[in-house]
Design a protein around this ligand. Structure first.
Ligand SMILES: [Zn+2]
Length: 292
């Protein structure tokens, strides 16, 4: 009797392992293909390709198809938008942002790191309740990353100047913490679309609340991003150009001086904290939705 139970358990473990191996294999193949294509299109640097392969295969392998494909949706939609009207954005990008539109390892983990950690926790979760909670967190982190990227890429094209989220003061386009109506609209659209894509990919097996949880957590998460960007992110000032920048060395080649913020907290750190806040908000909303 005991022997036959053990055999049954072993068979189940083998089945689960082979399913995980297949998923990991598909994840590795898909993320390598997309990573290399993105490298050729100059959307990713070499270290960015490594990051994409690591986070892509773990989310796909441990979370499953809906996790992996929604990560791809985030990545592909963001890459398309960053190439959209690229020449118009170039001057702003060179001056303000610490990096160009070729994403490196730090940027990949800033957006996908929280999701990758949640996929590891998901693989180790024992109960369905915990798995659903972690899944909501994953959606919240990706909804925030999507909302923030869409807002940055589309908001920078706004014809009305942005206002600082902290004081409401008018500021230059591309300034961390500056928000516009069109950028906020883009953030809401990005967050909601991520939720809808995830919901469709679950094919009726997920929570019906996913789309609106994604909308709220992604929007609030991206506003957290702007708030942290305006308050604690390290900002510098170029004495030659008399301009504010995220760069240690300005695009003109001059050494900048610290202006405000925590010296080690760059834009990647702020993005990581924002996706974390999106994940926490989504888990709270999911928990509230189970009460009714
Ligand atoms: Zn300068």
């Amino acid at each position: 009797m005991r022997a036959s139970i053990n055999t049954a358990i072993n068979r189940q473990i083998n089945k689960t392992n082979s399913r995980l191996n297949t998923q990991l294999g598909i994840g590795l193949l898909l993320s390598s293909t997309i990573g290399l294509l993105a490298y050729r299109r100059k959307s990713l640097s070499r270290s960015g390709v490594l990051g994409a392969i690591l986070s892509g295969s773990s989310t796909f392998g441990l979370g499953g198809g809906s996790w992996g494909l929604s990560l791809i949706y985030f990545f592909v939609s963001s890459s398309i938008l960053s190439h959209f009207k690229a020449p118009q954005k170039e001057t702003t990008a060179a001056d303000k942002f610490s990096k160009g539109n070729q994403r490196d390892l730090g940027q990949v983990f800033a957006n996908g790191g929280v999701g990758t950690l949640l996929s590891l926790a998901y693989a180790g979760a024992r109960t369905q309740t915990v798995r659903e909670l972690l899944e909501a967190g994953y959606v919240g982190s990706l909804a925030t990353a999507t909302a923030d990227t869409w807002a940055t890429e589309l908001g920078v094209l706004s014809t009305t100047p942005p206002r600082l989220i902290t004081t409401g003061e008018i500021t230059a386009p591309g300034t961390s913490g500056g928000i516009t109506l069109s950028g906020t609209g883009a953030a809401a659209s990005g967050a909601l679309s991520l939720g809808l894509v995830f919901h469709l990919l679950k094919r009726g097996k997920g929570s019906a609340h996913t789309p609106w949880i994604a909308l709220i957590s992604g929007l609030v998460g991206s506003l957290c991003d702007s708030y942290l960007g305006a308050t604690i992110q390290a900002m510098y000032f170029c004495p030659v150009c008399q301009k504010e920048t995220e760069r240690n060395i300005h695009s003109c080649g001059s050494q900048t001086r610290p202006l405000r913020g925590i010296s080690w907290l760059n834009n990647d750190g702020v993005n990581f904290l924002a996706t974390l806040s999106g994940a926490v908000i989504a888990m709270l909303l999911h928990w509230l939705s189970t009460l009714y």
